[in-house]
Design a protein around this ligand. Structure first.
Ligand code: ZN
Ligand code: ZN
Length: 119
């Protein structure tokens, strides 16, 4: 599966199977995404950057860093240290994904302007 940011300065490929999408409603994810963070995940050996000119990393906590495009600002990746995997924003994927949101994390931190459906 292919994906990328809005401007094209970050492009990537991820080989199936991709994990179901998890939504995270924590404060960090809400701030970085502008709403809530919804991401799939793959082991690093099934992930390739095909264009990384715009890729920037932000160390968002001691355990993880977030990848985004420094040109267009797209939130793209969340990479937990030492787990050998990368989370990929579901919105950055192109075409039919066949994926669904399977879990919601940190419901207690969600914004008051939306509801989380029961899953
Ligand atoms: Zn971009
Ligand atoms: Zn989060």
């Amino acid at each position: 599966m292919k994906g990328g940011c809005l401007c094209g300065q970050v492009r990537f490929e991820a080989d199936a199977p991709l994990r179901a999408v998890f939504a995270c409603h924590c404060t960090q994810c809400r701030k970085t995404s502008g709403h809530f963070w919804a991401a799939t995940s793959v082991p690093l050996d099934r992930f390739r950057l095909t264009e990384s000119a715009g890729l920037r990393w932000f160390q968002s906590s001691a355990e993880a860093r977030r990848g985004f495009c420094g040109n267009c600002g797209a939130s793209l990746f969340w990479e937990p240290q030492g787990e050998g995997r990368i989370s990929i924003a579901a919105g950055a994927l192109e075409g039919e994904t066949g994926l669904h949101i399977a879990q919601h994390w940190h419901r207690e931190d969600k914004g008051d302007y939306y509801d989380i459906p029961d899953t």
